[in-house]
Design a protein around this ligand. Structure first.
Ligand code: NAD
Length: 300
């Protein structure tokens, strides 16, 4: 079986490598030459465009930064819609606006091409291990057809609902993870200020009600979790800009439904500030480095 894989960046590379390892033939395309070269080094054949990657593929996988990239890669000039034959199935694993997933699905359906959304959680470590959580939106038969391919990249493949529903689940998850990263960073800055050992605090919280995946697996304080981005000078991982994007998706969705959201926009703005201070391409847990104590000596 041949897979057309478009978007071979931070996440796409290890996901593609798992497909190759499990015996799939992969034809890859990325607009960035170094990303495409990495895909070739992992065992893929290089295509000259997204359309070319889709042509002749039995199934197309995309892993792109945001909504506009997905629209361009599917529907733009030289895009997947030009190359995918009638009846083909496309699986978008990017985190994007659910409304865009539905729009791309409708545009492809008009050409007889099927589409499901299958965003992921778990970050680079679980992408490397092939143990991502994958939340899927789409027709049940399409989801079953894609399941073996998804299972080559993840261990929890959950069908959430129709097209776009996977993205809704993902933005809800990242609302919590993004807020948690800011909250954990704030808490550890306070503890440090009072001279509490950060390792001891981590032990306490891991056995208490404040425990969170972000602290356990992506600790913002360097040196406490071996595989965390913070222990590699905040090399991503998942960038600050991507997390700010995801919180924005959650806030937009809430606005559409008129659900009041207070904490998510606050966390998004902290991340945007961190980005405007040069941390946009660093891992999102670098927000901790941004929350340094004020130099003002006056007590609050
Ligand atoms: P990335 O920026 O590292 O990789 C995206 C790749 O897409 C880049 O190599 C870029 O050159 C390529 N690209 C952009 N437009 C293209 C186009 N039109 N045609 C072909 N290639 C194109 O991003 P990433 O960290 O791999 O994240 C990808 C998606 O996965 C995002 O939506 C992100 O929110 C989501 N995600 C990331 C993580 C993580 O830990 N990095 C975890 C879960 C979900």
């Amino acid at each position: 079986m041949t897979i057309g894989f478009v978007g071979t960046g931070t996440m796409g590379q290890p996901m593609l490598a798992n497909l190759v390892r499990k015996g799939y033939r992969v034809v890859a395309y990325d607009i960035a030459p170094p990303a495409l070269a990495a895909a070739v080094a992992a065992g893929a054949r290089a295509a000259g465009s997204a359309a070319e990657a889709a042509r002749g593929a039995d199934l197309v996988v995309t892993m792109l930064p945001s909504s506009s990239h997905v629209e361009a890669a599917y529907l733009g000039a030289g895009g997947i819609a030009e190359g995918a034959g009638r009846g083909r199935l496309c699986v978008d694993m990017s985190t994007i606006d659910p409304a865009v997933s539905r729009r791309v699905a409708a545009a492809l359906a008009a050409r007889g091409v099927r589409f499901i959304d299958a965003p992921v959680s778990g970050g680079v470590p679980r992408a490397l291990d092939g143990t991502l959580a994958i939340m899927v939106g789409g027709d049940a038969r399409d989801v079953e057809e894609a399941r073996p391919v998804l299972a080559a990249m993840g261990e929890n493949v959950i069908h959430v609902g129709p097209v776009g529903a996977g993205e809704v689940a993902k933005l809800c998850n990242n609302l919590i993870a993004g807020v948690a990263a800011v909250a954990v960073s704030e808490a550890f800055r306070i503890a440090e200020g009072f001279g509490v050992d950060v390792k001891v605090l981590t032990d306490v919280i891991s056995k208490s009600s404040g425990n969170t995946w972000v602290m356990e697996h992506m600790h913002p304080v360097p040196g406490l979790v071996a595989r965390s981005a913070s222990s590699r000078d905040y090399a991503p991982g998942f960038t600050t800009d991507l997390m700010a994007k995801d919180l924005g998706l959650a806030v937009n969705a809430a606005r559409e439904l008129r659900v009041p959201v207070v904490v998510a926009p606050a966390a998004q703005q902290v991340l945007r500030l961190a980005s405007s201070h040069g941390l946009g391409r660093k891992d999102f847990t670098s927000v901790y480095t941004f929350l340094r104590p004020s130099s003002d000596q006056a007590p609050v």
